[in-house]
Design a protein around this ligand. Sequence first.
Ligand code: PLP
Length: 384
Amino acid sequence: MAFIAEKSRNMPASAIREMFAISEGISDLVSFAIGEPDFSPPPHILDAMIASIQRGETRYTPNVGIQPLRQAVSESYRARGLEYAPEEIIIGAGAISLLNIAATAILDLGDEVIIPDPGWANYKGLILQLGGVPVEVPVREEHNFTYTPEDLRAAITSRTKAILLNSPSNPTGSVASRAELEQIVEIVKEFDLYVIADEIYRELIYTEEAYTSIASLPDMKERCILVDGFSKTYAMTGLRLGYAAAPEPVIAVMRKLLENVLSSVNESVQWAGVAALQGSQKAVLQMKQQYKYRRDLAVSSLNAMPNVSCRTPSGAFYIFLNIKEMGLGSQEFALRLLKEERVVVVPGIGFGKSGEGYVRLSYATSDTLIREGMRRISKFLEHL
Ligand code: PLP
């Protein structure tokens, strides 16, 4: 193993994948583990992809993606009040590829990036993989699972390069309010930092309040790299399509880096993206209504159970269930729930040490399975 780099050898494994591996082969499971829509992409999106294949579009495209898609992304930003020209947009294979490329663009070896704890585990992995230093800053339930200025200030050093922001959040479902973003912006400006904003769940918000992108706040566009994609909004996880928006000089660097990683993204999938953005959004609204119904179903069931509680998450499709009163570690809770009731949840510790005392449930699954899962969790809690 000597030829394997130390940073790669010590890469943490994904808690979600681990739960999958453990649950493999167990029948009659109810899984709340996977953060993936259980819907299919709307047919007009798939038709556009098929038409592209039939036109024989099987070659490389420009590194930054095809112009019609960059144009469509630019227009979708404009519709939300954000001005990004097509030259300020780059297309990648899912948001994850662009998070990597964005971080590569701004980090030198040893540079620090503030990431949320609990937060999506991939942030830590990808920063370590680049030779950067992830600095986990707690986001607490009593503060809407969002960074507080005090915690941010305490974490900033001379090596801090960027703050990673994920709103709506995986795993907590919290959405940072405008006032909370303004507090973060003040610190970003004071310490001259960048923000990598992972906005992949921004369409999945269940409150009346419109989504505020941190890039829309005064003088923030030049400090932000926005990362977004089609996986969650359009149920296109396996098609691997995402985009990033940033000022043109940053995109120019990301273009060079993307050449070394992906060269370009499958053209037919890019046409699927054009159809997704320009076509009817009716299916997106319907999926959203379903998620909201499921969220309410699961939250009200869980909050009626003994010794556990959860906030009503405003976005994404996750519930971060507080199990602190149970006196069980999150891993033990998840393993026993799996063994005793065949229900899969993800231990909160898998999202960072502040995730201990919680488990994550994804409600991107059918109402029937949610009802059955709730019945089983309730039985499990009563017997403990
Ligand atoms: N960002 C967050 C917070 C996620 O939860 C996920 C997927 O689970 C991604 C990014 C990855 O998205 P994509 O499929 O576009 O790579």
